[in-house]
Design a protein around this ligand. Structure first.
Ligand SMILES: [Mn+2]
Length: 355
């Protein structure tokens, strides 16, 4: 891609426009937030103002810190009227995936993403959907580089963290292009702010939920499954799935729980040849939606609808998952129970009356 390509195909769409809306997926993650912020910055250098709107919530402590410390202005989707904007750009997501806020019949003008291409994205005037890149933030970084724009430090920090977070420190599904984008941004990042974003203080609810999920985690062969009983913010399911997939000997993980009328689930696998995204799509077939990447994916079941067809949506989801990962009636064991207790230490004589 050359500077001329970008100018003719992307910038020409927004040049002279008064109102541009940038959207990302529901409950935006650092990659979605950073890509939106970076695109807004590119438009700003052309004198075109843009508004970033989000649906769902920004719940994760890291993401809240990112938005606050880097001054990323995002307005709730319900407060904007997408039809009033002459240009609607969608980043880190595509239309009709079930997790993107777009009114029925409204096609985005611009789609920039790194998830598997959906036909519905091709209706946009500008489409840049690439599977061979680990994050949408890397694509936006390439644009900034190709256009030879001055690098804003807040934008650089956001994009750097977006790449780092989506690729789990340049490991998961990252490519040479993500590394190059990170190296390009690195001299401009704000290290103190980045550290505060990556290592936030956490609300007590987080630890209560962590306790619950560890207690609920069940091992079926090489898969671990855990129900999350209380979900303070929806991304928590993915965060816990990222934790549990670290268990030695485990190749598959699914975490799930109810939130706002939905049954949310996240899937992880260590097997890069396996399509977690396809699996997420399959197990939610007919009762919801799901999708994602090779090793990580997510989805949701609409409970109001699912309950009409199914007695126990959680049980159906679990059975479908176990069937897909080839676990045949394995007896589950509690994660904690599979750990050998250390031998008891000899007890000193205990005095019952407190002396
Ligand atoms: Mn992404």
């Amino acid at each position: 891609m050359t500077k001329q390509d970008l100018e003719e195909k992307l910038l020409s769409i927004v040049r002279g426009k008064r109102k541009v809306l940038i959207l990302t997926h529901e409950n935006p993650d650092p990659d979605g937030i950073a890509a939106a912020f970076g695109l807004k910055y590119i438009f700003k250098t052309m004198g075109v103002p843009a508004i970033i709107a989000y649906s769902g919530i920004i719940g994760r402590a890291e993401n809240q810190h990112m938005v606050q410390l880097l001054g990323i202005d995002m307005v709730p989707y319900l407060k904007v009227t997408p039809r009033n904007f002459s240009v609607v750009a969608l980043v880190d997501g595509q239309p009709h995936t079930g997790n993107v806020p777009l009114p029925k019949g409204l096609k985005p003008t611009i789609v920039i993403d790194h998830h598997p291409l959906r036909k519905s994205a091709l209706d946009a005037e500008y489409v840049d959907v690439r599977r061979d890149i680990g994050s949408t933030s890397s694509i936006i970084t390439q644009y900034i580089r190709i256009l030879n724009l001055p690098v804003d430090r807040k934008v650089a920090t956001a994009l750097y963290y977006g790449i780092k977070s989506d690729t789990r420190d340049l490991g998961r599904q990252s490519t040479e292009q993500d590394i190059r984008a990170s190296v390009y941004l690195y001299p401009y990042i704000m290290p103190k702010q980045l550290s505060r974003i990556e290592h936030p203080r956490l609300p007590r609810e987080y630890f209560a939920e962590l306790y619950g999920i560890l207690k609920n985690a069940r091992i079926y062969g090489d898969a671990v499954v855990a129900r999350v009983d209380r979900i303070s913010w929806p991304e928590m399911i993915g965060e816990f799935a990222d934790e549990l997939i670290k268990i030695e000997g485990i190749h598959w993980c699914m975490c799930y729980g109810r939130h706002n009328g939905h049954l949310l689930f996240s899937i992880r696998t260590t097997r890069s040849t396996h399509m977690a995204g396809v699996l997420a799509h399959k197990i939610s077939h007919g009762i919801g939606s799901g999708g994602g990447h090779e090793t990580y994916a997510a989805g949701k079941v609409e409970l109001a609808q699912a309950i009409k067809k199914l007695k126990d949506p959680e049980d159906t989801l679990l059975r479908r998952f176990l069937r897909e990962v080839n676990i045949k009636d394995a007896e589950p064991k509690g994660l904690i129970e599979t750990v050998e207790q250390p031998p008891a230490l000899p007890q000193p004589n205990q005095c019952k009356n407190g002396h």
